[in-house]
Design a protein around this ligand. Structure first.
Ligand code: ATP
Ligand code: MG
Length: 348
């Protein structure tokens, strides 16, 4: 596990007042974990930070995002040889709640980042679980995906979303969300090209990342349609429970509609990821067999993540799963899936 320090220890380390550290944490300038009403900071984050720069920023978050932007040309530091310099966008979607969309987006994103790819995680859920799972207080963030959408909808020009992007580390970044995004369900339907808003917002930064993973809300709402419209492919976490094939069927109908209506005729299904799989085989195996029949040969099952208390613990620490429990079985599965996605991309 990484070294985590208190506010006082961080203040001593950076030679600033503890209140300054608290303010930086509150404003999202400094990556931090929130445990109850206390902040904890990773030593690794402190080592990368220059306090004098931090305090003189007019905008706390954007310059951090800026630092992720320049290395966009293939062959430059951080971009893996062979990957094109334009992000592959994956929508992690399933209208069923609690099936591990957020966990999958976060763990897979971190697994790809851990192998040296630049990854942007987009929290497209007003519940903001992804934002919270990375240690941020959604309600306290000055800029989110929703504020970027607002700026985009109120302007005739393109908007730079990097103003809202938070660098988690050199390779992993987050476009956060908060509850304000629930208003998008009201405002978006009245917009021209309402399904393309996310696609147009992400367009200017697509060259800055290798992967963009979008964590969708648990619905087939316009937000999810926006994600499916801008994605190259979708990833579907599924928890093998009775009647699961009905819900998966509904999602496939939506994907088919997105293709047929030409919102995104090339949308692929990268595959299904089985999540929270019960180790007791009797019931689960039958459900997985049924699911395989429903999916047919064209949709692969990319991996099987067992139900594990470690996964739940990780989301409470504010650290990506891969960094909290690097050796956990679930991490190994997500890393394997990351390898498969990477290999498929190189081969295409
Ligand atoms: N493999 C796993 N083992 C145990 N718990 C898990 C596993 N994967 C996810 N969880 C837990 O299940 C809960 C729901 O997971 P998660 O938030 O990722 O689902 P979701 O599909 O994003 O939910 P929502 O639809 O509400 O957005 C969380 O508490 C998470 O920690
Ligand atoms: Mg979620």
């Amino acid at each position: 596990m990484e070294n985590v320090v208190t506010v006082d220890e961080a203040a001593h380390y950076l030679k600033v007042h503890p209140k300054t550290i608290q303010r930086w944490c509150r404003e999202g300038r400094l990556p931090s974990l929130r445990i109850g009403n206390r902040y904890r900071l990773r030593l690794g984050d402190l080592e990368r930070i220059n306090p004098s720069q931090l305090d003189h920023r007019a905008d706390a978050v954007a310059p951090v995002a800026e630092s992720m932007k320049p290395a966009v040309t293939p062959g430059s530091v951080g971009l893996r040889a062979g990957l094109p310099g334009r992000a592959r966008i994956l929508a992690v979607a399933n209208q069923k709640g609690g099936v591990g969309k957020t966990t999958t987006a976060q763990a897979l994103g971190a697994a790809l980042a851990d192998r040296g790819d630049r990854v942007l995680l987009v929290d497209l859920d007003p519940q903001a679980s992804l934002t919270a799972s990375l240690g941020f207080q959604p309600a306290e963030l000055p800029e989110t995906i929703y504020s970027v959408m607002g700026a985009y909808l109120n302007s005739d020009e393109s908007v730079d979303p990097s103003r809202a992007i938070i660098a988690i580390d050199q390779y992993l970044a987050l476009l956060p969300s908060n509850i304000n995004l629930s208003a998008a369900e009201v405002t978006l339907p009245n917009q021209v090209r309402r399904e393309y808003v996310l696609s147009e917002i992400l367009a200017p930064i697509r060259g800055s990342f290798n992967w963009i993973l979008i964590d969708c809300p648990p619905s087939l709402s316009l937000l999810t349609i926006n994600a499916l419209t801008c994605a190259d492919a979708c990833l579907i976490p599924v928890t093998p429970e009775p009647l699961v094939t009905v819900g998966v069927g509904l999602l496939f109908q939506t994907i088919a509609r997105v293709r047929k209506t030409k919102l995104n005729p090339d949308l692929e299904v990268a595959g299904v990821i089985l999540t929270k799989v019960d180790a007791r085989p009797s019931l689960t195996r039958g459900i997985i067999d049924d699911l395989r029949v429903t999916l047919g040969e064209r949709v692969p099952i990319l991996g099987e993540v067992r139900a594990s208390i470690r996964v739940q613990e990780a989301s409470a620490t504010g650290m990506p799963l891969t960094r909290y429990r690097a050796a956990a079985d679930s991490v190994a599965v997500y890393r394997q899936i990351a390898e498969v996605l990477y290999a498929a991309r190189r081969a295409s």
